[in-house]
Design a binder for this molecule. Sequence first.
Ligand SMILES: [Zn+2]
Length: 241
Amino acid sequence: MKFYEVQGMVLRRKKINARDCYLSILTREMGRIEVFAGGANVPRSPLNKGASPFVFGKFSLSGRGNYRLQHVEVIDGFYYLREDMERFLAASLVSRSLMAMLPEGEANRPLYELSVNTVAVFHKYPQLIVQATVYFLYGAARATGIEPAGPECMACGQSGYVFDVGEGGFLCEDHAPAGQRLSEEELEIFRQLSTLGLVDFLNEKHAPQPLAHVRALLGEYWHRQWNLDINSIQKELDQFR
Ligand SMILES: [Zn+2]
């Protein structure tokens, strides 16, 4: 029997029966793991408060390959996420993205930090949900080495004007004569995404229209890369705006 102390955030809870559940946890040390949480559905179980989606804490595990939850020390329950449908959906987009893109057991520290920080923003600043989502979609792709190429043209290095989702990056007008040209504001958002950290990006002013377009393009990009229909999740979210 081995024991592990990990820091992480619950992505999903899957009920097995009235008492027990499986948790998918994004951990700093071990990547995304599946953990058996015996008795965690029972309200008086000491594991119960740590077994909800988006709980962030220190998890004590035992086992080898099949992990069993022994103890949870909650650092932040991100309580508002479960009280507010819009915030919950935004955080669900993050968890579904991670389930789709991150193979089990593959530790990825930058992706871990980005994910926890993004969910913390949803929890604290619901007015920044769209900006933080855009940053997450771009940053998560970068953290797994699949960042869109650009914003210079992939073929010649000139200023790119077209984001070619199929080619996975930017092209200039000569190299993508049929592409849909981005506005200066949209290009600027892509420049910021490729150079700024999360907080600096959130502190920039973004008009809703260009931001929504960049978000839709990143959604298409994700659909291509990870076969996850981000844009239909976004549509659900937009009903709250
Ligand atoms: Zn070119």
